[in-house]
Design a protein around this ligand. Structure first.
Ligand code: SF4
Length: 726
């Protein structure tokens, strides 16, 4: 299948196209092995040809289920259930033991759930039986997971676990923002983390990892930065970054609100902060370590990711992957113990689904997982499949090289910074043909007809029968800048700026225009606007304010082209620009405007470039503004779109609501007044402004200091719903 189509679809469905493979629970239905005898034969044949493997034991117990959790978890189980579960686990180990005799275990993890919710005695039983039945290599660093609550509360248990032989421990912090912790239904509070870390250190673990998460709908960049800096200050040996995967979680409905560009921006932020603070990782990788030569993961995960080493998962819902099969234990779908219990007690492998996979699917599975580390090890791929990656995927490899998404380096095919941004387009390139088709079908999914009559109507309806316009988007990105290195103005004076790109192609080649472009097949207009802004100027924004559809005949010399325009307010955080794709340059232009009678003049300046547009301004009977172009040095009708954005910002409610977006989360009233003045183009009376704006602000307990003025109170915006934003 055409690589560009798969790549584009992966970006559109970025919450699906990730390292989790297969795509959906039903994806491998065609490969299902049926009947207890068939399963037994499959397992015997599979494990017969394995020499070394990794072992994972799943403990499914948690106090309560976090809303983002995608794992097999049982809530609120008591000690009796836990003890019974360990009995079942030991029996499951015994079922596999004859198949694995003489084969070396190269990684051993106990994960969950919350393994440390078990008593020390139960954990000791698991370890003793694993040691007795499986040939765990003495060099393997065993790894186990804890929660901050348990680590803070029970230092004795940590010491006991260390004595059992676990040298590495991993603790999920995820975020330190109290409102987000509450939102995610996560137990514990930030103040316990330091105590938890102290106990982990005192217990003597050689390696200690902290898990953090990003990409939540209600997580700001500032909160993520606070969490990252907090985690760095705890000095763990490793930090693992997980992007929230909405599929199958209680947060699934929020997925559409989180753009690819938010995820991208937050990964970049995290990568910068972690690498600046002594944690190393190649770009695109999600595990960071401050130990020389360390991959940042447990032995179990390192072998799985780099080498595609077979692994056996034991316990409720656990997944196993052999050289030619994939399986899920009972409980993976139902998250219930009874079927798992029934099969184990009957002496049957407690498997819910077993799939005998063709080589193409095994390759896809291995490669999807490789992207945890941001690269494919070429020798490991050859060792596992006896073929070269370039031989199996010639078009896909050419595509990622041509588009500067990946590059060959040191025996690996590695993500470039651009590839790390667009990883959700890269991963599905290596899916099997069947999975690529499945991904494409996801976005072609339509509502089923409601009646026979509607079905018949749709069967004969031809969308081609009507003349249709092309649809594009344009974005008015605005910010307030104090930098004046390239301006004729006095240093330090703030000014309103708008982003323009210099067109690299006809029509209007060489002219300055708004960033924008055509909708791709299946794409929503808001997504298109975000994508174009990123591709042409390297800017990543989430909140877009719709300005309307621009459809004046003749607005585009190429033909009948409608543009859906959006306003993007770019805050102080990241305004650096990078021209790309159809743009030869991208710059912030100072914007001055002057309105007199029915005429609006816009002046754009950047260094020596000065552009002007003159517009006739009218109001319709609903009070809405309409503009006619008298003259414009900008391409298309972009001066009209910018004027529309300006009016949206100046309108009473729009001004009050949108002005906050130009500022950081905390600001003074004077700073907010400056924003209002710049947007309105006139000074405001300070006392009057203060009286009107105060009801919309919440004071913090802090004041400014050191600016040579009287300290000013620092405020935040009061919470309200921004329903007009995407
Ligand atoms: S603690 Fe971990 S395993 Fe348990 S519910 Fe929360 S995310 Fe899931």
């Amino acid at each position: 299948m055409e690589a560009s189509k798969v790549y584009d679809t992966g970006l559109l469905y970025h919450h699906y196209a990730n390292t989790a493979y297969p795509l959906t629970p039903g994806s491998f239905g065609a490969y299902r092995v049926s009947g207890a005898e068939g399963v037994k034969r499959q397992l015997e044949a599979e494990w017969g040809r394995v020499e070394s493997y990794c072992l994972y034991v799943h403990i499914p117990f948690c106090q309560s289920r976090c809303r983002f959790c995608e794992y097999t978890v049982l809530e609120g189980a008591g000690e009796e259930t836990e003890a019974e579960y360990v009995d079942l686990l030991l029996r499951e180990m015994e079922l596999y033991a004859p198949l694995l005799r003489g084969k070396r275990v190269m990684g051993f993890d106990i994960g969950g759930g919350t393994p440390l919710k078990l008593s020390t005695g139960e954990l000791a039983r698991i370890v003793a039986r694993a040691r007795a039945l499986f040939a765990v290599d003495p060099a393997v660093m065993w790894s186990i997971e804890t929660t901050p609550v348990i680590a803070a509360r029970d230092p004795e248990k940590l010491r006991a676990v260390r004595e059992l032989g676990f040298r590495r421990i991993s603790m999920g912090i995820q975020t330190v923002a109290p409102h987000l912790l509450a939102e995610l239904g996560r137990e514990g509070e930030p103040h316990i983390y330091e105590k938890a870390v102290r106990h982990i250190r005192q217990a003597g673990f050689e390696q200690f990892n902290v898990d953090l998460m990003y990409g939540f709908l209600k997580q700001s960049d500032q909160e993520l930065e606070t969490t990252l800096r907090y985690a760095v200050a705890l000095k763990p040996t490793q930090i693992t970054l997980y992007r929230n995967r909405y599929k199958g979680t209680k947060l699934e409905a929020e997925a559409g609100g989180v753009s690819l560009y938010k995820a991208m921006r937050q990964y970049r932020l995290a990568y910068r902060i972690l690498t600046e603070n002594g944690y190393h990782a190649n770009i695109g990788k999600n595990t960071f370590s401050r130990l020389e030569g360390d991959w940042g993961t447990s032995d179990y995960l390192t072998h799985r990711v780099i080498e595609g080493m077979p692994y056996l998962g034991l316990g409720l819902g656990a997944q196993s992957f052999g050289l030619g099969y994939l399986s899920y234990n009972e409980g993976a779908a139902t998250k219930r113990l009874d079927q798992y219990r029934d099969k184990v007690m009957a002496g049957i492998f407690p498997l819910q689904d077993v799939y005998a996979l063709p080589q193409e699917e095994c390759m896809a599975k291995m490669l999807a997982v490789c992207f945890y580390f941001g690269f494919v090890d070429l020798q490991a791929f050859r060792r596992r499949f006896g073929r070269d990656l370039q031989e199996v995927y010639p078009d896909e490899v050419r595509f990622v090289l041509d588009r500067n998404l990946m590059e060959f380096h040191d025996g690996k095919l590695m993500l470039t910074p651009r590839g790390a941004d667009f990883i959700n387009g890269v991963i599905p390139l290596f899916y099997s043909e069947r999975s690529k088709q499945e991904l494409l079908r996801l976005y072609e999914r339509r509502r089923a007809p409601e009646s026979e009559g509607e079905r018949n109507f749709l069967a004969t309806y031809s969308i081609e029968a009507f003349d249709r316009p092309s649809v594009a988007t344009d974005v008015v990105a605005m910010t307030i800048r104090h930098e004046t290195a390239d301006s004729y103005r006095r240093p330090g004076r703030p000014h309103l700026s708008v982003l323009l790109i210099r067109r690299a192609e006809h029509p209007f080649m060489g002219k300055w225009a708004l960033p924008g472009g055509f909708l791709r097949h299946g794409e929503a207009v808001g997504h298109c606007a975000q994508r174009e802004l990123f591709e042409e100027a390297g800017l990543s924004v989430e909140a877009l304010h719709p300005l309307g559809c621009f459809s004046e005949p003749g607005r585009d010399p190429r033909g009948w082209i409608l543009s859906n325009a959006f306003l993007a307010v770019v805050g102080t955080a990241d305004r650096s620009l990078l021209a790309g794709d159809d743009a030869m340059d991208a710059q912030w232009f100072d914007l001055d405007f002057h309105e007199e009678n029915d005429r609006l003049t816009l002046v754009f300046t950047h260094a020596q470039v000065r552009l002007e547009a003159s517009l006739r301004l009218t109001r319709n009977r609903f009070g809405q503004f309409a503009f006619g172009t008298l003259s414009s040095e900008l391409a298309f009708d972009h001066a009209v779109i910018i004027a529309t954005a300006l009016k949206a910002l100046q309108a009473g409610d729009g001004l009050r609501r949108l002005a906050f977006a130009f500022l950081p989360a905390e600001f003074t009233i004077a700073e907010l007044q400056t924003v209002h003045e710049l947007l309105l183009g006139r000074p405001l009376l300070a006392a009057n402004f203060r009286r009107k704006i105060l009801p919309f602000l919440s004071p913090t307990k802090r004041t400014t200091s050191g600016a040579g003025h009287r300290p000013a109170i620092i405020y935040t915006k009061q919470q309200e719903n921004d329903n007009n934003e995407l």
